[in-house]
Design a binder for this molecule. Structure first.
Ligand code: NZQ
Ligand code: ZN
Length: 388
């Protein structure tokens, strides 16, 4: 059954090898001042920076730069960006980078004209935006988060050991996003597979909920099959355009709200992973990988039928002569083998977490109630322990 919903995704996408030319169409729609936001310098090394600057100049823009956005962007950096955007009187924030840069751009965009403490307002009280928003556009260089076509903005507060995502409304979605799969060729393998698992996890968080027949779950199964197939190719041959373009497109659909429509969502893997991120600053997708198998193994008895369906439809498990639980377990074993094959981190120790952090990790984990089992703190602790 499909529950009631409204659906609108206002982000315009430019996809493919010539996608950057989309800037020529988009930039004239905004005023002169552009705040160019980017990360630690990869775009300068791979030439994307020069190409973007050339197009900004061609379109007559005044360019103000805000580089150095770190993976897992912090609230302190956001405050710095807000000052820059105010000084520049930015008419557009152009984010050139991965999810961290896009998320950061959205956080700055809703904060420039906000008179309140933005950490408290957006990331603790989860309030709506009630001020003017500076529009954001994205040029994506790293695939995984879906930030290019959603309202998500995940910001870390290192002092409070919290990493929290606010899902903003349609007015905060990027106005446009440029998706050229070739821009992702220079992403290091560790980051690439981390992004691949982030995509996988986004789909699974929306898939493992509910017991009814829902079209969104069929869409999810198709996306998962494409991802599993393309990931194996991309790991062997990172410059395979077919695989990289499929992964890029899957990432966008995995988290642009479509496959969540009409159903509940889980998101506990992300809550566990984000707690790890808050304590270790580890790479997002790897934090999800390290906790996933322990979490799903724990969840199996509560959602056995769905896990069996996942095993058959996604992992091609033959159910003949097996109980539902046996089928479900075989699916998880296949998933784990694929995770190891593509090189994901399967142990929290490798991410810098220690058993001494357990109390803090449990405390930093937000508890969600949309999945097959609402966890309590004891269960969360046991899942973290099993992830070491
Ligand atoms: O900073 P630079 O030098 O650019 O290097 C980056 C960074 O070190 C590098 N990189 C990006 N594009 C590259 C490249 N290196 C070479 N060539 C390129 N073309 O990759 C590293 C990681 O970048 P980052 O943006 O941090 O990765 P990702 O896209 O995985 O973003 C992760 C952040 O997004 C949040 C995560 O929590 C994390 O903070 N998420 C956002 C979501 C959303 N908006 O909906 C949902 C997700 O679940 C996720 O939580
Ligand atoms: Zn994610």
């Amino acid at each position: 059954m499909i529950g009631n919903f409204t659906y609108c995704n206002p982000t315009k996408l430019y996809f493919g090898k010539d996608a950057l030319n989309g800037l020529k169409e988009e930039l004239p729609k905004y005023g002169k001042n552009v705040l160019l936001v980017y990360g630690g310098g990869s775009i300068k090394r791979n030439g994307i920076y020069d190409r973007v600057i050339a197009l900004l100049k061609e379109c007559g823009k005044e360019i103000f730069e805000d580089g150095g956005v770190m993976p897992n962007p912090t609230i302190e950096k956001v405050k710095e960006g807000v000052e820059r955007a105010r000084k520049a009187k930015a008419d557009l924030i152009l984010a050139v980078g991965g999810g961290s840069v896009c998320d950061y751009a959205k956080a700055v965009s809703v904060s420039v004209h906000c008179g309140e403490d933005v950490w408290e307002k957006y990331f603790i009280r989860f309030e709506d935006v009630d001020c003017e928003i500076v529009p954001v556009g994205c040029v994506l260089t790293m695939v995984g988060t879906g930030s290019e076509m959603n309202g998500g903005s995940v910001i870390t507060n290192p002092a409070q050991k919290l990493k929290i995502g606010h899902v903003f409304g349609e007015n905060v979605y990027p106005k446009f996003s440029v998706l050229n799969p070739e821009f992702t060729y220079t992403v290091p393998k560790y980051q690439m597979v981390s992004g691949i698992y982030d995509i996988m996890s986004h789909i699974l968080e929306q898939y493992f909920s509910g017991t009814d027949d829902n079209t969104s779950d069929y869409l999810s199964e198709g996306l998962l099959r494409s991802l599993i197939h393309s990931a194996k190719i991309a790991v062997r041959d990172p410059q395979n355009y077919e695989a990289r373009s499929n992964i890029m497109w899957t990432a966008t659909w995995a988290l642009n709200t479509l496959i969540a429509k009409g159903k509940s969502e889980d998101w506990m893997v992300h809550m566990l992973g984000q707690a790890v991120g808050a304590h270790t600053d580890a790479t997002h997708g790897m934090t999800l990988a390290a906790v996933s198998i322990p979490y799903y193994t724990y969840l199996l008895p509560y959602g056995t039928a769905k896990f069996a369906r996942y095993a058959v439809n996604v992992w091609q498990v033959d159910p003949a002569g097996k109980t539902e639980m046996e089928v479900a377990r075989e699916g998880l074993r296949n998933m784990e083998a694929w995770m190891r094959e593509i090189g994901l981190v399967m142990d929290l120790t490798e991410l810098g977490a220690t058993r001494e952090m357990l109390d803090g990790l449990v405390k930093s984990t937000l508890i969600m109630d949309g999945g097959y089992k609402v966890l309590d703190e004891k269960e969360i602790r046991a899942i973290f322990e099993a992830s070491f």
